[in-house]
Design a protein around this ligand. Sequence first.
Ligand SMILES: Cc1ncc(COP(=O)(O)O)c(C=O)c1O
Length: 351
Amino acid sequence: MLWVGEPFTAPGRGFWAKLEGRNPGGIKDRPALHMVRAARERGELRPGARIVESTSGTLGLGLALAGVTYGHPVTVVTDPAIEPLMTGLLTAHGADVAVVDAPHPVGGWQQARRDRVAELLAAEPGAWCPDQYHNPDNVAAYRPLALELIAQLGRIDALVVSVGTGGHSAGVAGVLREWFPELRVVGVDTVGSTIFGQPALPRLMRGLGSSIHPRNVAYPLFDEVHWVAAPEAVGAARALAVSRWATGGWSVGAVALVARWLAAATAPDTRIAAVFPDGPQRYAGTVFDDGWCRARGLLGHRLPERPDEIAHPGERTVTRWTRCRTVLDPLAGAGPLRSAGDRSGPARAAR
Ligand SMILES: Cc1ncc(COP(=O)(O)O)c(C=O)c1O
């Protein structure tokens, strides 16, 4: 745990960051090991069978660790935006890396990756996919993280978490709510992500956000959602690096930006826990590369102090940091024909 205070935050305010980048791979070491262990115990994953999964990298590192630990070959399906460092690390730890070459017309890169996973599974009998987007073991894997937070912080008033597959937000928030019924859960997504009912747009940020609707997202647990834009996440990740040393990439920047605001917006004794999913290493060529960032217009923006607000996710398409206290499951009540991007689900009133 790291206390993140001044000068990153306002004087006298701050939050606690859980540095999951200090795990061998990152936050996804937890679900990778747990999903593999559980599937082996249930007999769904036979000894020596191949593990195939779609991931932008972090889960791939965890699965490579699980493959080495339990003796399984691993194929990681990813897209061309994967950082060279990640490809190198995955390969070094024995994983095969399969890169899809074109996005799916509706579901984007993520759906294209999932389609490739299906092809690889069909081609190799016995091959198994953890399906992190919909596997409940991805959520259950985070009970220990929640218990660590309780042991380390005692009382927790607010949790700030990024959402990609929904695994760690669901797992950590679910356990913490049992202990602290008044816990305020703040979800952090990226602009252009469909998870909380915005339309899909091209996304620069990786890790958090989605162009599909992962069923592991625990919508009823969230009090509010914040969509963060790439320049804001870059600004926060960089500001953290020079003020606190401990930083990370897109999701860490976005989570830190929101936690910084929350610390200023709540009473000084509010105890805020923020989960930092990984460290900065893999982002040396993106978030921390001036040329890469400048070419995409990500530099030179003042770090905003507070978000814009919308009352409902369908109000408008957001393009900068925006907060919404109505949290929706976009597919709630959906029949089988309901498509990704359909935003007409029932609203859940803000807590
Ligand atoms: C770096 C990073 N941050 C955040 C997330 C989102 O976590 P979750 O999938 O548990 O919602 C991921 C997921 O891959 C990630 O790799």
